[in-house]
Design a protein around this ligand. Structure first.
Ligand code: SF4
Ligand code: SF4
Length: 556
């Protein structure tokens, strides 16, 4: 939570205490102990806004820890966070609610033939909770002398009028009432000035998008997203043993793509073991879905009812839940300065999911996020006296290193599927890098009047889901969600699509109140940003709420 220490000027300011930002912070502070390195994050505490699958390729993390954290391999924390290695995996195709075929052999052949699909193999990788990983990295960062501050929500990026360089960030005012009036607990949002600013906010970061706009960065293709919804389910020890604590399962097909019934969406289900008899079950769906009445939580329900999945979770209890967007646009959606090609500009760098560093052939980005943090640190150390060229140095390191190599390997993958749809696009994606570059549209333009045919009989319990995410905001604060034009909602959206924000928001934030769509329950918001990317009229603005609001993930 905010304290009274003065952080108005630091050498390096990092927005976002996820794996990318913390890796950068640790590396810089360990290399340059004399630097003031400060990480701010809008969450209540470490790891609270971090949610992912997650499968982690170990190399960037182990190289960071070998450099910065003596004896880490023997620590209890390492055993807790990195204690599960994948020795067994299944890649299933589910044609129906009862059948499933293991495609592992075909994927192994694809790997042998050096085809993209081979990237889906995960043997030897860690199964991690990204919330726990972020908490551990926070502790390591603090050990090496980084200030990591939670409850600090940045509202805007500030530029130096004289140099044009990034000057730092402005924090949000705290203690306003719903109408914006100052309450007795009002605190004006400070400005934090910094020589270098790193944007590592995760997917679709508010400051990152403002920076891209203000600094005139461009993407060659619009960013494309998937929405992931995930539950952590406490199951019996017998079920957990039967599943196998070292096995991960990825599933394609039912209930979002089936050959006969016809839902045609990109994505699939995941089943990963946690610790303490917990099993993570999730559904990831490309946000270019076309069904106006679709909600990925409905797909999660159907997935959990599938005969193969049910055997492991029947009788279990959901102990945590959450949702987040994943950036999937790949190489062509990386925001760059058109003059220098840099990922960022001058003394401001964009990292990890904020830059869109996810390798869609592997469906993995966590190792790239950590590597981008290490490269950002190297660039800052190299350009200490020439901050205006830091983004150029960072981009050289990224493009010529692990991130660039992996992003190029999948550069046309998601666009091929977006262009041709899953039925033809997924087979074509095998040769996507040999195909010409396709122009794709933003996800929100994909919605049609088609209905999703596999709706579960019972509505998904969003209240229980939100409770399991432990999300909260101060009830009296101004809403951080704004519907921009209510006429569009009622005159265009309601008759055509039936106000889909009410259906797809995983937290039930939107409701019809007095005949109008309203963001009626902003305090339930999970900060997933889906509404901002999926409203078919691009009619929702998501701004940052007061610090410490939002979900409080612990094991996600
Ligand atoms: Fe439709 Fe968007 Fe209005 Fe919701 S906010 S009713 S999705 S136009
Ligand atoms: Fe996600 Fe928007 Fe709903 Fe918040 S209001 S949970 S950001 S869809």
């Amino acid at each position: 939570m905010p304290n009274n220490k003065n952080y108005n000027k630091v050498q390096v300011l990092i927005v976002g205490a996820g794996p990318a930002g913390l890796s950068a912070a640790i590396h810089i502070k360990k290399s340059k102990p004399e630097f003031d390195v400060c990480v701010i994050d809008k969450a209540f505490g470490a790891g609270n806004h971090n949610l992912s699958g997650a499968v982690l390729e170990h190399e960037p993390l182990t190289s960071l820890l070998d450099f910065a954290a003596d004896g880490w391999r023997e620590s209890e924390k390492a055993k807790d966070v990195l204690g599960q290695t994948i020795t067994n995996e299944k890649i299933l195709f589910m044609p129906s609610s009862k059948t499933a075929f293991n495609l592992l052999f075909a994927v192994k052949i694809a790997k042998w033939l050096n085809l993209g699909l081979g990237g889906m193999l995960h043997g030897g990788d860690y199964i991690v909770s990204i919330s726990k990983l972020s908490k551990w990295l926070t502790a390591i960062a603090r050990d090496v002398g980084v200030e990591v501050l939670f409850g600090f929500a940045a509202q805007d990026i500030i530029f130096d009028k004289n140099t044009g360089l990034t000057a730092g960030v402005k924090l949000i005012d705290q203690g306003l009432d719903k109408d914006g009036n100052k309450q007795p607990n009002y605190i004006a949002g400070d400005i934090i000035n910094a020589d270098f600013t790193i944007l590592a906010e995760g997917c679709d970061g508010l400051l990152t998008e403002k920076f891209i706009e203000k600094a005139n960065l461009e993407r060659k293709q619009p960013q494309l997203f998937s929405l992931g919804v995930k539950e952590l389910i406490k199951i019996s020890p017998e079920q957990y043993r039967k599943f196998n604590a070292n096995r991960v399962i990825h599933a394609m097909g039912y209930p979002i793509w089936t050959p006969i019934l016809g839902p045609a969406m990109f994505g699939g289900g995941i089943i990963y073991p946690g610790t303490d008899n917990n099993l993570a079950v999730g559904m990831i769906v490309g946000a270019d879905w076309k069904y106006y009445d679709f909600n990925p939580q409905d797909a999660l329900t159907k997935f959990k009812e599938h005969k193969f999945v049910k055997q492991f979770i029947d009788g279990g209890t959901v102990v945590e839940a959450g949702a987040k967007l994943i950036p999937e646009g790949g190489f062509h959606a990386i925001p760059r300065d058109p003059q220098t090609n840099s990922i960022g500009k001058g003394n401001c760098l964009i990292l990890g999911d904020s830059a869109g560093f996810v390798n869609m052939l592997k469906i993995r980005g966590l190792h790239l996020a950590i590597d981008s943090g290490i490269q950002a640190a190297a660039a800052i150390i190299d350009r200490t006296t020439k901050p205006d060229t830091t983004a150029i140095k960072y981009t050289e390191l990224i493009d010529n290193g692990l991130v660039g190599k992996e992003m190029r390997s999948a550069e046309n993958y998601r666009q091929t599927i977006a262009k041709f749809g899953p039925t033809f696009g997924i087979p074509l994606s095998v040769i996507s890098n040999l195909l010409p570059k396709f122009t794709t549209e933003e996800d929100y333009k994909a919605m049609t009047e088609a209905k999703y045919k596999l709706k579960p009989k019972i509505d998904f319990d969003k209240d229980a889901f939100t409770a399991a995410a432990a999300t909260e905001h101060r009830e009296e604060e101004p809403s951080h969600l704004e519907i921009l034009d209510h006429n569009i909602c009622e005159q265009e959206c309601a008759p055509k699509f039936g106000r889909p924000c009410i259906t797809f928001c995983p937290a039930g934030v939107y409701e019809v109140v007095n005949g109008e769509a309203k963001a009626a329950n902003p305090s339930n918001c999970l900060h997933c940003k889906t509404c901002q990317r999926k409203c078919p009229f691009n009619n929702i603005s998501w701004t940052v709420p007061e610090g410490a609001g939002g979900p409080r993930y612990k094991n996600m």
